[in-house]
Design a protein around this ligand. Structure first.
Ligand SMILES: [Zn+2]
Length: 281
């Protein structure tokens, strides 16, 4: 079973503008159109059984609308194989109630994105959300490291992530992008901790909007050797496959991991076994 723990979708009516805007601002290529249908087509090619969509609330007043759309995705997850996390913003006013509602509605977890939400991950507003999510047993997927849309901005770098983990230790935190996109050298202290990391973009060659190979993402992707050494340093039982689709091609992402040098047992855990356990499937 292959589970892609890190994908993004947008409602059909918004997808063209949202994907176009993001592709422009980050100068990055999109590999599908950003709709659930586009993701499903990609999953069929890549052999992905279940994809987890991670909505990013960029303005607090979007919280309710985004979670309504996410709930609709979850209602048809049985047929589509696409499920969604909930979204929340550090300035969401009724953050406590929002988390309780997500739990009541059956959501597996939430997504936080410090750069798009303009807030450092060790800010008290995030800490209270993570603490409450832990109380409710919700998974907390967090963008970690740099982001091509915000060159040079450090709101989720290794130091801040460590502060956060010390303040709210919680084993169902998932640090995206192998713990720190483009800051893997500085992330040494994160590895081995009792949290998950996902593989999104870590091995993937960055391509600009036109499809040319580039370092425009502000980082260089990892070599297969470095990738496997980080997976083993952290513990392969706490690494989740994530593609960040539509910002990478899912099949290519899987092929890169399969060719990285991990053993068959490690691959089975990373590509699906660990996510299956985390999601209680
Ligand atoms: Zn992402």
């Amino acid at each position: 079973m292959i589970i892609d723990f890190h994908t993004h979708t947008f409602p059909d009516a918004l997808a063209p503008r949202a994907i176009g805007g993001l592709a422009d601002s980050g100068d990055m290529k999109n590999y599908s159109d950003g709709t659930v249908a586009g993701l499903r087509a990609s999953m069929a090619i890549a052999g992905v059984d279940l994809a987890v969509a991670a909505p990013v609330v960029t303005k607090p007043q979007q919280t309710e609308g985004i979670n309504r759309a996410a709930l609709a995705i979850n209602m048809s997850a049985g047929e589509t194989g696409v499920m969604s996390l909930g979204g929340i913003h550090p300035d969401t006013e009724n953050w406590r109630e929002t988390l309780e509602n997500l739990k009541r509605d059956g959501f597996a977890g939430i997504k936080l994105h410090p750069l798009f939400q303009g807030t450092a991950i060790d800010d008290p507003r995030y800490l209270r959300i993570i603490e409450k999510a832990a109380e409710l047993n919700l998974i907390v997927l967090i963008h970690a490291g740099l982001d091509p849309t915000f060159p040079g901005v450090d709101l989720a770098g290794p130091d801040k992530l460590l502060n956060m983990l010390r303040a709210v230790p919680y084993e169902k935190i998932v640090l995206a992008h192998l713990g720190a996109l483009g800051q893997w050298e500085e992330a040494e202290e994160l590895y081995g901790r009792n949290v998950y990391i996902d593989t999104a973009c870590a091995l993937y060659p960055w391509r600009d909007k036109a499809g040319n190979l580039t370092h425009g993402g502000g980082y260089t992707s990892l070599t297969p050797e470095k990738f496997t050494s980080i997976v083993r340093l952290h513990g392969p039982e706490r690494v989740l496959f994530g593609s960040d689709s539509p910002w990478t091609d899912e099949k290519e992402s899987i092929d890169l991991i399969k060719a990285s040098g991990l053993t068959d047992t490690e691959l089975a855990a990373v590509l699906g076994g660990n996510a299956k356990r985390l999601l209680n499937l």
